[in-house]
Design a protein around this ligand. Structure first.
Ligand SMILES: Nc1nc2c(ncn2[C@@H]2O[C@H](COP(=O)(O)OP(=O)(O)OP(=O)(O)O)[C@@H](O)[C@H]2O)c(=O)[nH]1
Ligand SMILES: [Mg+2]
Length: 462
């Protein structure tokens, strides 16, 4: 086995991605159709334009199949299908098929722009709607009325919702194993679970967290997480830093492993800190780094485990245990165990105690507080902006910018009075006319919507 190679570890680290930002967009609704019956022997048939189809939604789904967010590094934009336009003969346009994006269990979803946490996907198949597809627009059939016999216009589909999301993986584990590099964390998890965590005699063997399912004597199970070693200065980025501590934020309990021999890794020369040879110092240091990362996590209950005791002189061990017990915070440290992960000595007692502790400690740390997410279903683009332009003839041109109105403009034939009337009604309904009046708009002015000029007349101002 080769020693610690920083270049190699950096490369491997890149493969474990636990925080990404993605962009996504739901499908927009299909436009309603505007058409008329054209049947033999029937002149001027009535409207028969069908509604537009619904745009597809974007949905996140938790899945066991994924264990990192790596896939998201290679695909930045997720766009769901648009709904299709309505057809003749009142045919509704086809809807888009929802876009399901699979994420690993334990993915926390945030909207970085609105600064809200909107989801915490913790169980297989759990879904979160993050961008609803746009509703299809109504076809012209729906606009037939006593007043409008020949509606030669239809309704546009709702726009898509575009958003940016931050995905952060916080593994779901009941027990987290922490400690200095080479303390035997991975050895322990491989002993008590089926986890194939890599074990080797150099510091930073584990460069990404490992999860292992541990069977209780009762038959139930709990999940243990083995995270990369922490060293002095981890909070300032030393070693692998303390980035990975986020994976044990939701644990109920920590197992703090200490090598009774101090840091015994074959590549320990690379850490030119003599104090690493002192197990108690290492224990205090890890707790200090834990506190620097999160004072809340530093209060999490710990079981202290002195490892590699085979061959360690009994009287020395007794002294060491005493020394530890004097320094253990009684509010945090439940109990101290001495084990040998390699020979198995002390492991059964440790396992029993972990099970008992899990039953006794409330699971208060598991929940993540979620905010209400109004953005996922917000298709509203009816807000508008009006810019005043003085004309040479003393009239004013009012430049109107409004997404909703512009969508309507695309679906009308402005040569027809009914269509014109429809646009004026929509413009009024949006409050645009009132806004212009309040700014001093008068007869003779003009209104520019989506590049088309309309004259402002009395009828419009009423
Ligand atoms: N003698 C002895 N060696 C042990 C014991 N437990 C683990 N080791 C050895 O210690 C070395 C480090 O063990 P790991 O389980 O890889 O340690 P780790 O804490 O996961 O290390 P990092 O992943 O680097 O943080 C390996 O060579 C193990 O075989 C033990 O009880 N006794
Ligand atoms: Mg390890």
């Amino acid at each position: 086995m080769s020693g610690y190679d920083p270049a190699c570890y950096n490369q491997s680290l890149l493969m474990f991605i636990d925080k990404v930002t993605i962009k996504l967009a739901s499908g927009r609704g299909g436009h309603g159709a505007s058409s008329f019956r054209q049947e033999k022997f029937i002149a001027n048939g009535g409207p028969n334009g069908g509604d537009g189809g619904r745009g597809a939604s974007v949905i996140l789904e938790a899945s066991h199949d994924l264990s990192t967010l790596l896939d998201f590094k290679f695909k930045a934009i997720y766009k769901a299908d648009d709904g299709k336009r309505g057809g003749r003969s009142n045919k509704t346009g086809p809807s888009g098929e929802d876009y399901i994006i699979k994420v690993p269990l334990g993915t926390v979803v945030k909207d970085p722009n609105a600064d809200i946490t909107i989801g915490d996907l913790t169980y297989e198949g759990q879904r979160l709607l993050v961008a609803e597809g746009g509703r299809g627009g109504r076809g012209n059939t729906k606009f037939k009325s006593n007043k409008t016999k020949v509606p030669n216009f239809s309704e546009p589909g709702d726009p898509s919702i575009e958003r940016e999301l931050e995905l952060e993986l916080k593994m779901i584990a009941d027990v987290g194993i922490i400690g200095f590099p080479n303390a035997g964390k991975s050895t322990l998890i491989s002993k008590v679970s089926a986890s194939k965590a890599k074990v080797a005699d150099y510091a930073f063997t584990t460069i990404m967290p490992n999860l292992g399912v541990v069977r209780k004597e009762s038959g139930d199970a709990y999940v243990m997480a083995d995270i990369p070693g922490i060293i002095e200065g981890a909070s300032e980025g030393q070693g692998l830093g303390h980035e990975f501590l986020r994976h044990i934020e939701r644990t109920q309990l920590l197992v703090h492993m200490v090598d009774v021999w101090g840091l015994t890794a074959s590549n320990m020369d690379e850490f030119q800190h003599k104090s690493f040879e002192n197990p108690l110092h290492n224990f205090i240091q890890v707790n200090y780094e834990l506190f620097n990362y999160s004072p809340k996590l530093a209060k999490r209950k710990q079981i202290v485990v002195l490892n590699k005791i085979e061959g360690y002189p009994d009287d020395e061990l007794e002294k060491l245990v005493k020394e530890f017990e004097e320094h253990m915070d009684p509010d945090v440290c439940l109990k101290l165990f001495t084990i040998s992960a390699v020979t198995g000595e002390g492991i059964t007692e440790l396992r029993r105690y972990i099970e008992q502790a899990l039953d006794e400690i409330p699971k208060e740390f598991k929940e993540i507080e979620l905010d209400h997410d109004p953005i996922a279903t917000d298709h509203d683009d009816s807000n508008f902006q009006i810019v005043k332009q003085d004309q040479s003839d003393k009239t004013i041109k009012w430049m109107v910018h409004c997404g909703k109105l512009e969508r309507h403009m695309k679906l009308v034939n402005l040569k027809e009075p009914d269509s014109l009337y429809h646009i004026f009604r929509v413009t009024k309904g949006l409050g645009i006319i009132d806004a212009i009046k309040s700014k001093g708009g008068k007869e003779g002015d003009s209104l520019n919507i989506d590049g088309v000029d309309f004259e402002v007349n009395d009828a419009l101002l009423i």
